[in-house]
Ligand binder design. Structure first.
Ligand SMILES: O=P(O)(O)OC[C@H]1O[C@H](O[C@H]2O[C@H](CO)[C@@H](O)[C@H](O)[C@H]2O)[C@H](O)[C@@H](O)[C@@H]1O
Length: 295
């Protein structure tokens, strides 16, 4: 594992080393977080959109030979798919939902942990695989959201985003004096409606409510990498707490790019903001096309 205390270098310092690894790779799996990575953070979650230059870069990478693109988001899969159309693969709800190519009888969220088809796997016709435990706990997520909406109705600007398998409580524009109340109320209602079945975690000015199971973006990225051809180098770009499990999942063979100026990360290098992510993706595409497939 990377040393937590070690300074994670800016991309510029790693560019030459990364260029060699990318140019030599037989295939690239490029996994991208959405909010704070492809889309700048905004006050109103529903207004988040990818930077046009990021969208163009993702499209170009998706069209490149021997490159697979994936968006791996904390948003509901259907929501993030509406916001960026083009990548080949999608993971939503922090990896609890997965849309990937090929037959759906492989190891994955639908079969993780408790389903038993042939070889312990469950076949499904669904285009989107959903973690079975998360699916069962969706009713509890819904009950917590309903209760939270009425318990926080008087709190200015609080937002409850019900994503079915998980939920997000937004406090970005809630006056700081109310943050403690929102946090305590969220924990109390999760306890009351779900006991140990759901848990509360944190992100950028949000509380995330989700099933208390050991499954996250890192598991989803491992599944996508397992579907990739031999000789694939996995690249993951992300900015928030839940992206850290993905950085750890691809270490040490993959390339983790953290978006932000500060904060501990398991990524191998960092870029400052979504504008720099778009430039990185452009650079990646140039190497993928020119260095690996020179005409
Ligand atoms: O994994 P991601 O794709 O980065 O999703 C993480 C959460 O992102 C969204 O919330 C964040 O972005 C909002 C819009 O910029 C911002 O207002 C909020 O403060 C951020 O935390 C999204 O709304 C959540 O559902 C995601 O879990």
């Amino acid at each position: 594992m990377p040393d937590d205390d070690a300074f994670t270098p800016p991309l510029e310092e790693r560019r030459d080393a990364l260029r060699g690894r990318i140019a030599e790779a037989r295939h690239l799996l490029v996994c991208l977080d959405f909010d704070g990575t492809l889309a700048p953070i905004v006050e109103e979650p529903d207004e988040a959109m990818p930077l046009p230059e990021a969208e163009t870069a993702v499209e170009a990478l998706t069209d490149a030979v021997d490159v697979t693109t994936a968006v791996v988001s904390g948003r509901a899969l259907a929501d993030v798919r509406e916001r960026i159309d083009g990548p080949r693969l999608y993971a939503g709800n922090h990896g609890l939902e997965l849309a990937r190519d090929g037959p759906d009888d492989r190891e994955g969220p639908t079969s993780h942990g408790c389903h038993g088809g042939a070889n312990g796997r469950e076949a499904t016709d669904e285009p989107v695989a959903v973690h079975p435990i998360a699916r069962k706990r969706a009713r509890q997520v819904d009950a917590v959201c309903t209760a939270l909406e009425s318990a926080t109705a008087q709190i200015p600007n609080v937002g409850i985003e019900n994503k079915r398998l998980t939920a997000t409580v937004h406090v970005r524009t809630v006056p700081p004096a109310f943050h403690g109340f929102v946090r305590e109320t969220t924990h109390r209602l999760v306890d009351r409606f779900a006991g140990d079945a759901l848990e509360v975690s944190t992100g950028k000015q949000i509380l995330e409510i989700g099933p208390a199971i050991p499954w996250g973006k890192g598991n989803a990225v491992r599944l996508l990498a397992a579907d990739s051809p031999p000789g694939t180098v996995t690249i993951y770009v992300g900015d928030d707490v839940t992206d850290e499990s993905a950085f750890r999942a691809i270490h040490p063979d993959g390339i983790g790019v953290y978006v932000g100026e500060d904060g501990d990360t398991a990524a191998s290098c960092r870029v400052p903001d979504p504008e720099a992510v778009a430039r990185f993706l452009r650079w990646l595409e140039a190497i993928a096309v020119l260095d690996r497939h020179p005409t």
